[in-house]
Design a protein around this ligand. Structure first.
Ligand code: CAP
Ligand code: MG
Length: 415
């Protein structure tokens, strides 16, 4: 009978195998706890150890993790692939983002990044379309696709919601999007909103000759989400939207499976992510949220506005690069920039984040002095100024909707 003690989980001479999952954490050991002692406890508690030395026999399968690198406040931990059930994202999180987030051995701990081995990635579908949605749904490959959320966020009637959608679509936007907290409320029921918005979509398509679509929010209990996805597909829509953090990762996996059958793209809203990725020293990073979102198979994901918008900044450019990186053949994810954006910010945004993007503006469209259609025209014109290589102020000289937007908001970030 041999035992397992904390010391078994620290080996600075260990070299990870190609099948290991390698996680990078930043930790602050508790008072009186050495970095080595805290680092071994992180590996232990996130794999198969606990606080007491344990007795084991030859029936035991050792799935213990190994802290193999300590560099300042940063540790790297290697996990055997066999610790993780294939294709079970909740169980992955229960290991690498579970008990260790609350263990007394560390004052703070943050999961910053994961290096995913093929042995784990092959258990997940990845995106059905990825950034290919631009071409496959809209026939666009030379500019960002543009979206708007009717505002106020909730409370609009179904008819008014659809009308705003029509104005935005004929003004030049590609996508109408539900807000993260609009689902199936009495003032704007899901089925009615779907039907009436798609009727307006069809009219806008006929009028503009451009493909238009709708990010309808199906977020709910899982079985309800499946029914709502079925309904969206049956009515000829191309997307569903899911609040992936509040819905839960197991539910996202179930919706992804159904969307494969239905041919629906998934737009992932990340509401609640800031509960654990905003504080720089504790929780999990947005980079990690983007990684598990890609594995679970969303096609579009909000990843920030490179500091231009109204919400806290993060490593948007680095996250977007990872979402496009090679990952054993998994499709990429189209970044969505949103939150406090308006036409005057588009050149800076595209300069920093490129054009393979979805740009969403709510207040920056509907707050336009001449209304939603003019706001949509201004946003499309601002994108056109970039793709045509003309300075936005010069472009605005013969594009009055853009000129009005610049006069109202300039190129400043709202607070
Ligand atoms: C933006 C938005 C989005 C945020 C989400 C909102 O509206 O609809 O939910 O962008 O943040 O409700 O605030 P505005 P993120 O365009 O009117 O700001 O994209 O960072 O996840
Ligand atoms: Mg919103």
């Amino acid at each position: 009978m041999s035992g397992i003690t904390y010391e078994d989980f620290l080996d600075l001479s260990y070299t990870p195998t190609e099948t290991d999952l390698v996680c990078t954490f930043r930790i602050a050991p508790a008072e009186g706890m050495s970095m080595e002692a805290a680092a071994s406890r992180v590996a232990s508690e996130s794999s198969n150890g606990t606080w007491a030395a344990l007795h084991i026999d030859d029936t035991f399968t050792d799935m213990g993790a190994t802290t193999f690198s300590i560099d300042g406040d940063t540790i790297r931990v290697a996990y055997p692939a066999g610790l993780f059930e294939a294709g079970n994202m909740p169980q992955v999180l229960s290991c690498i983002a579970g008990n260790i987030m609350g263990m007394k051995a560390v004052d703070t701990i943050r999961l910053e990044d994961c290096e995913w081995p093929e042995a784990i990635v092959e258990g997940y579908p990845g995106p059905q379309f990825g950034s290919g949605v631009r071409q496959e749904i809209f026939g666009v490959d030379d500019r960002p696709i543009l979206a708007t959320v009717p505002k106020p966020k909730v409370g609009l009637s179904t008819e008014r919601h659809a009308e705003i959608g029509y104005e935005a679509w004929v003004g030049g936007l590609d996508l109408l999007k539900d807000d993260e907290n609009l689902t199936d409320q009495s003032f704007n029921p899901y089925s009615d909103r779907l039907t009436e918005s798609l009727a307006m979509r069809d009219e806008a398509q006929d009028e503009t000759g451009e493909k238009k679509s709708y990010l309808i929010n199906i977020t709910a209990e899982t079985n309800e989400m499946l029914e709502r996805a079925d309904e969206a597909a049956s009515q000829g829509n191309e997307y569903v939207m899911v609040d992936v953090v509040t819905a839960g990762w197991g539910a996202v996996q179930t919706v992804r499976e159904r969307c494969e059958d239905l041919g629906l793209a998934i737009h992932a809203h990340r509401a609640m992510h800031a509960a654990f990725d905003r504080v720089p020293d504790h929780g999990v990073s947005m980079r990690f949220i983007a990684q598990i979102s890609r594995l679970c198979g969303v096609d579009q994901l909000h990843t920030g506005t490179v500091g231009l918008g109204k919400l806290a900044n993060e490593d948007t450019v680095g996250i977007n690069e990872w979402m496009r990186s090679d990952l054993y053949g998994l499709k990429d994810v189209l970044p969505t920039a949103s939150g406090g954006l308006h036409p005057g910010l588009v050149p800076q945004l595209m300069d920093a984040a490129g054009g393979n993007l979805c740009i969403q503006a709510g207040g920056g469209i509907h707050g336009h002095p001449d209304g939603t259609r003019a706001g949509a025209m201004a946003l499309r014109q601002s994108v056109d100024s970039v793709t045509e290589g003309v300075p936005i102020e010069e472009y605005a000289a013969d594009h009055p909707e853009l000129a009005t937007a610049l006069e109202k908001w300039g190129t400043e970030t709202p607070r």
